[in-house]
Structure formats: C-alpha cells, structure tokens
Design a protein around this ligand. Structure first.
Ligand code: GLY
Ligand code: MN
Ligand code: MN
Length: 435
C-alpha cells in the first residue's frame, strides 16, 4: 500500500469530520499471553488503515484545518537499548519522514500536548469502549480542562466508526489486490490439505498444512482454524483440532489467512476417505445448491440480504425433500424451521478484519450491494449427533462451503477461484497425494 493511499484516506476522513473537529485513534495495545510472553502483535485495523504504522504505543490525531499541522502522531521514542531487544522503532522523526505525519511527538509527552489540542476543538471523534486505557486518559484530560475553569471543552463526543467503517467497506484497487492474494494463498493451502487428507491422520495434521502454506507465502492465520471431523463438523467454533480422523468421517475445514493486513475466509467440507456416503452427499448437494443460489444474488443493486434469502429457500426445500422438515415451504421459512440446521448467516463483510466493519442496514433497510464491497458466501447445514426427530443416519454431518467475493460493476468476482466445489470435484481431490 503506497503512502499516497494512506494520505488519501486521512484526507477523506478529515473532509468528513470538518474543521473544528479532532479525531483520535490509538494503536492496539500489546497483549500478554502468559507471564512474560506476548501474543504476536497485530496493529488495530482502523489505526493501520489510516497510517500504515505497525508499532504499538502510538496515537493518531487528525485535526483538519489546524494551522500548526493536521496530521499528528504520538509514538515511541527511539531507544537503542530497547531496539536491541525488540527491533527498530521509527521514532517521531521517522513517523514524519516515512508515514506522512505533519508533526510527531514522543508518546510520553501526550499528557502535556494532547489536552491543548482537544481544548481548541468543538467536536472529538473517538470510538469509546474499544481501548479502555485510552478511554480513561481522555476522560481525565477533559475533566482536568473543566476543573481548570476558563478552559474550553469540546461540545460533542462522537463515535468515529460510522464514518471510518463506511470508508473501509468500499475496497480500493490496491485493497482488492491484497484480498485476491490472501484468497489465492488460502486456495493453495486448502488444495494442499485436501490432497493429503486420509483416514488415520489427526485434525492438527491438516491444520499444520495451513500454517505451513500461509507462512511460506508470508501470510498468517486470519482467525483460529476450524478442522472438525465427524461430530466436530457440527461444532461451529471448534478449535481443539485434536481428533483422529476415521474412515467414513466428513471433515469441515474453515481456514483463511491474512496477507498484508487483508483476510481470506474459506471453508471446504469433504469425506476423509475421498467418498461421500449417500447421506453426506445429499446434504453436500443441498449446501452447494444454496451457495450457487446465493452467488446469483451478488450484484450491484441487490440487497445485502438477498443472498441469505436465496440460501434459506434452497436449504429449506432440500431439508424438506430428504424428510428432515415437513410442511408448507413458506411457513417453514417464516417460522425459521431451518434454524436448528442452519443457524448462521450466509455471509459477512470481509476486509482487514475477517468479520469486517460496515453497516448491514442503512436506516432499517438492508444495504444495497455496490462495487468494491467484499463478502463471504457461506451457507451450511449441521446435524449434530443426538438431534431429536432426525434419523441416526444423518447425525454428525456438518457441511459448510465458504468462498470470498468482491462486488464488481457487472456482478462479482470470485476471489477463491481454483478450489473444488462440486461433490465430484471434491472426491477427486481428496487424498490425491496421500501416501
Ligand atoms: N471463519 C469464521 C466465519 O466463517 O465467519
Ligand atoms: Mn466467514
Ligand atoms: Mn470461515
């Protein structure tokens, strides 16, 4: 992403909030995993979207129209001793030189400088409740200004996410390039895992293929992978990934990567031994048809919800055809009779965050799809073992098929092209390289 792209985004936000406003965006805090071990540091998506700056302990301040500089940053000072341990820091000079700030200061000076900037503004744009430590500091500064008497305090405190997340919802060309790459890497990894799959392996051996492929292509996991075989295919957020996969099991693999801060989110479901049972195939074919029907709805001018409505209809019809639901189609849909088997939505926005930001409704109406929006298409059917009223032969079948798309002028581009989708394609791919 070029510095110009970050600068363009900051200008857009500044135009939206206008003169007399200040926007405050803190970097993500570093987090301890256990004792003195930290989690891998990942910058806050909003902060990164506007800065391209990946260090912790930083705050971006946007003050449109401010004569002494509109784009200010607080960041860690250079410290050769600390840099020996933790790696290079940009420092305030580096932030001005390389990240487009008009001015930058050590984060340790923030208490002295930032209240004076806030004092001159009518409106503060800040997302309260996301960074509790910064929330407290901001409240402290405002309280101190009030106590001082004679000091001006802003009239309004406004959330920034509405404006910023609407910008993030529409992906620019360089962003789509990143999404395409993240999707391609996930496709390679899924193909790799599928080709090596066979009974007797453990779920974590499949997970390992993803980590291997992601890292060798410079990507990381965009979320904890779900590698659920047999009954685990019906556990929506299954992460243990430690079961031995048996002959006859289905395997549901939901694994995506993050490349250059952009995520992919991909699921494939396949028989561990390369042959669907008739019941597994029947469910698979319903989900596949639901996904195809959902894809058909993804085009500019359609509502966000149209794909879900289409998927619900196909799934309800399919479950009725195999005898798991009984009754009038419209009633079954209206009463949500499909929900014990399909309990999530057909997709979500996709971007820097895997469940990306952006409103799904605008003043109570489903949003219209527009060019540049990226989303997942992921219908599923899950029949948990022990499901009452369902014959045993259907138990333990969980199927989801998940792909990533971006809305284009004509319809949509399938970012996750190149993965087996139909039951026949899947059967041909599974175990093709297993020894
Ligand atoms: N991997 C989470 C989801 O599919 O939404
Ligand atoms: Mn998803
Ligand atoms: Mn997923």
């Amino acid at each position: 992403m070029s510095p110009r792209e970050f600068s363009r985004r900051r200008r857009q936000i500044m135009r939206m909030i206008g003169k007399g406003s200040v926007a405050l965006l803190p970097a993500a805090p570093a987090k301890v995993r256990n004792r003195d071990v930290e989690y891998y540091y990942r910058q806050d998506s909003d902060f990164y979207y506007l800065t391209g700056f990946a260090e912790p302990e930083a705050v971006l301040v946007l003050a449109p129209g401010r004569a002494a500089g509109e784009v200010l940053m607080f960041c860690r000072d250079r410290d050769l001793e600390r840099e020996t341990w933790d790696g290079a820091r940009a420092g305030p000079e580096g932030v001005v030189a390389d990240f487009g700030a008009d001015d930058a200061f050590p984060i340790t000076d923030m208490d002295d400088i930032l209240p004076g900037i806030i004092e001159q503004c009518e409106r503060v744009y800040y997302n309260i409740g996301m960074h509790t430590e910064f929330d407290q500091r901001l409240i402290g500064w405002v309280a101190a200004l009030r106590e001082r008497g004679g000091a001006h305090t802003p009239d309004e405190f406004i959330g920034l996410d509405h404006l910023l997340h609407d910008l993030r919802l529409f992906k620019s060309r360089p962003e789509i390039t990143k999404l395409r790459r993240a999707a391609k890497i996930a496709v390679t990894a899924h193909n790799r895992a599928m080709s090596l799959c066979r009974p007797g392996l453990h779920e974590y051996e499949i997970e390992a293929e993803f980590i291997h492929e992601f890292r060798r292509q410079g990507a990381r996991l965009s979320y904890l992978p779900i590698v659920g075989s047999g009954p685990n295919s019906c556990v929506l957020h299954y992460h243990a990934n430690d079961r031995r996969m048996e002959d006859g099991d289905l395997l549901l693999v939901d694994a995506g990567c993050e490349f250059g801060y952009y995520a992919s989110d991909v699921t494939r479901t396949y028989p561990v031994n390369g042959r669907f049972t008739p019941e597994q195939r029947a469910i698979y074919d319903i989900v596949l048809e639901a996904q195809t029907a959902a894809f058909d709805q993804i085009a500019p001018g359609n509502h966000w919800n149209d794909a879900h409505v289409a998927a619900v209809r196909v799934i309800t019809l399919g479950l009725r055809a195999i005898g798991l639901l009984k009754g009038n189609l419209r009633t079954l849909i209206r009463t949500g009779a499909y929900r014990p088997f399909f309990m999530h939505r057909t997709g979500h926005w996709l971007g820097m965050d895997v469940h990306d930001v952006g409103d799904y409704k605008v003043s109570d109406h489903w949003r219209l799809l527009e060019r540049g929006m990226a989303l997942t298409v992921e219908p599923g059917i899950y029949i948990a073992p022990g499901t009452r009223g369902v014959p045993k032969r259907w138990w333990g079948i969980g199927v989801r098929i998940e792909d990533d798309v971006v809305v284009t002028t004509e319809g949509h581009e399938l970012l996750t092209d190149g993965l087996p989708r139909t039951a026949d394609e899947v059967e041909a791919a599974v175990g093709s390289r297993a020894s």
